[in-house]
Design a protein around this ligand. Sequence first.
Ligand code: URA
Length: 297
Amino acid sequence: MFEGLDAIYDELRRLQKEGVGHIYIDDETKDLLKPALLETKHRKRGKPVEHANLAELLKKPQPVEKTVNKPVKEISIEPLPAPPTLEVPEADKADQLNWLKKSLLACPTCNERKGASEQLVTGDGSPDADILFCGDAPGTDEAMEGKPFIGNAGQLLDKIIKAMGLSREQVYCTNIMKWRPNNNKPYGNRPPNEDEMTFCLPYFRAELEIIQPKVIIALGNHAVTGLLGHDPKVKFGSIRGTWQTFQDIDVMLTFHPSYLLRNDTLKTKRMLWEDLLAAMAKVELPISDKQKGFFLK
Ligand code: URA
């Protein structure tokens, strides 16, 4: 009936099964949903509405083709091969990071798994950063641009970094996984699975070896699983806000900014902020009284 709605419905069911309670809906998806919602409303009033009338009502052509007809590359269901072996060459950090990017771009498995029009995504920021923010995997925006954390979650991360008195250029942001996990659909993001993260870990480890941050801030449950492994007995809520270690580097486990986009409460913001205050103290960043009081009533 409405092109694209079945696909949205399937995706919402999938997210619901994964336990997601709230979702962010982008404008394109809202535009797809609008005609259906309007028709339902009019049917309830006993007035079926023609599509043509709807188009008039909406006063905006529906971007259906753009969203639905985008070519989708089928993902390989073959198990992933063994993770690559990488040896960071002796060089300055800039050359090492260039080498890492080239190695990633030449990785046959990563290229085979990424979407046809998507890019592989390495980290960016200061090669001398004390703080490294670690997400799980690039999303649609990141895979389009080949840069980490530039979509909605990334923009919130920018604000968080600014609240810490820093800029994106002073920290390093990256993901464990280097391609956007493909879900055989032209929309939506799926969290990476453990095999995918395990495959990409050597690239992340090489980034750590080059940057040598004092602290890693692991953003969200999936990044934490990628770093520490999955333990079904341990709930993210019980370890969030704690310090762990990865390759002898202190890791603060905190919320993913996308979680904050869905749970925009003072309490959640304060919880995340306290984790960040702890990380700031660990790297001996100055903390003002104003910063100490952020998100308190
Ligand atoms: N979420 C992540 O974990 N990483 C990104 O780069 C973007 C969104």
